[in-house]
Design a protein around this ligand. Structure first.
Ligand SMILES: *Cc1c(COP(=O)(O)O)cnc(C)c1O
Length: 469
């Protein structure tokens, strides 16, 4: 399986190199040269399989022969063996023909574990084989960071630096990252940037675009721009569809969306051959994706902090992957749009490009009042089921009547309610409890450094820690 850049000016790469590189050298994102397919019979044949079995089968398609079967099998089994629920991504019925898929049973209580637990093990395998060491730098609005740290901590061949926007993540999110002690995991470094998540993401992109720096520290990324993050996420679209009658019945998904990685994985599952009726892009007040789907104009705006901080994003990096397909895989067109975005903060999608995807995607914006209302409503309608604010954005979008009511509607539940106890308590009067393995989080010591939103300062810091380690 060969991967190409959306911007067309980087060499094609195999899965291992895509895994280690993250972003392509031309600033583009890697996508498969052609979509691998499963036939309807092959998908039907997976009914009743365990999550790990489906994960192995789907990942095999995208990994190709880069990793041998036994090793991939072990990676997948170990990754999902660490989940607290043996179904890994169980479905919970919340109303007529309406489900949430709980993706938060991994170590950090957020859906990012589903991919990250695989990613950490893939790194181990490939770096060991190549006898290499890498430096992972990531930007997080909350959940990516803790999931990445949890996947990388203590691994011998990778150091990890996670930048989070100072004061803009929830306390649980911050503590999950910063309470990892240097004695337990000397390869973990937390940085609080004085800025927004988009500032952190811009710093990260600049580091990747600085080729000498990138080579000097063997820089790699774990943000959802890394293709190896997308693949494991395509798996749960398949397991959900199978559970609800697929592939002989179409299923719709509502996806609380930030960087467009999770929902793009749904699109990948569709390209692979899974019958999906619709993918609903659920945005909070940071609604650039809803606006682009409704007006064709992709225009940056200031980030508004919300109670669903993992979606407080204006630049949805993975959207570039969809643009690539929308423009018939024309990398010159994508490069033109991205140049315009850099120069002017906006671009406009052609009507023809948008028309190609409107039967797949719908978008809905859910404001703060509607988010709270939905947490309360689901709680009352189900006799006490608690959802977190991100999930609530998804459920509210799912209920906008965008899809026929006879189509099963699955909202991806991306975080455990106990990660956002204030909002949940405000909406329901009930304070959700952290699972047992996380008790004591608020008593532990925190370890992080505060740095200004300044590329030079951050690079110097990373150099110092890598060199001094
Ligand atoms: C990361 C995250 C999202 C957004 O996912 P993307 O892949 O960035 O679109 C939604 N909810 C939670 C809880 C998250 O951690």
């Amino acid at each position: 399986m060969e991967y190409i850049s959306t911007r067309g000016q980087a060499d094609g790469q195999g899965f291992e190199d895509v895994l280690l590189a993250g972003l392509a050298r031309d600033g583009g994102l890697y996508v498969p040269e052609a979509w691998p397919r499963l036939s309807t019979d092959e998908i039907r044949g997976m009914r009743g399989w365990s999550y790990a079995d489906v994960a192995y089968r789907v990942m095999r398609l995208f990994v190709g022969d880069a990793i041998d079967s036994d090793a991939l099998r072990t990676i997948v089994d170990d990754a999902y063996g660490a989940f607290r629920h043996q179904s890994v991504a169980p479905l919970v019925e919340i109303g007529p023909n309406a489900w949430v898929m709980e993706l938060f049973h991994g170590p950090t209580l957020a859906f990012k574990d589903v991919a990250m637990q695989v990613l950490g093990r893939l790194y181990d395998h490939v770096l060991e084989k190549r006898d290499q060491h890498i430096t992972i730098v990531g930007a997080t609005s909350g959940d990516t960071g803790s999931a990445a740290i949890e996947a990388i901590r203590g691994r011998k061949r990778a150091s990890i630096f996670i930048m989070h926007p100072k004061g803009r993540t929830s306390e649980v999110q911050r503590r999950q990252m910063t309470t990892v002690s240097p004695e337990d995991a000397p390869n973990v470094h937390n940085i609080a940037i004085e800025g927004t998540f988009d500032d952190c993401q811009a710093l990260l992109k600049s580091m990747f675009n600085d080729a000498p720096f990138r080579d000097e520290i063997s820089l790699s990324g774990v943000n959802s721009i890394n293709w190896a993050r997308i693949v494991p996420q395509a798996v749960y679209y398949v397991t959900a569809a199978l559970a609800l009658g697929g592939p002989d019945r179409k299923v719709a998904f509502s996806v609380p969306t930030g960087n467009f990685g999770d929902i793009f994985a749904g699109y990948v599952a569709m390209q692979m051959g899974l019958p999906i009726e619709r993918l609903i892009i659920a945005s909070n007040s940071n609604d650039i994706l809803t606006r682009v789907m409704q007006t064709r104009e992709h225009k940056l705006d200031a980030v508004v902090p919300t109670m669903s901080p993992s979606m407080d994003i204006q630049v949805s990096s993975n959207f570039e992957r969809l643009l690539f397909d929308m423009y018939g895989r024309d990398s010159d067109a994508v490069r033109g749009l991205m140049d315009a975005l850099n120069a002017t903060g906006r671009f406009e999608i052609s009507q023809a490009a948008l028309d190609g995807v409107t039967d797949v995607f719908n978008a809905a914006r859910v404001d703060e009042a509607q988010t709270l209302e939905m947490i309360g409503q689901v709680y009352r309608e189900t006799g006490g089921y608690l959802i977190d604010p991100h999930t609530a954005v998804g459920v509210a979008a799912a209920r906008r009547g965008l899809v026929d009511s006879d189509v099963p509607m699955v909202t991806l539940s991306t975080a455990h309610p106990a990660k956002f106890p204030e909002a949940v308590e405000q909406a329901t009067g009930v304070r959700p409890k952290l699972p047992a393995h996380m008790e004591g989080l608020f008593e532990r010591e925190e370890y992080y450094d505060v740095l200004p939103n300044d590329l030079g300062v951050v690079q110097e810091y990373v150099r110092g820690k890598v060199g001094g380690a």
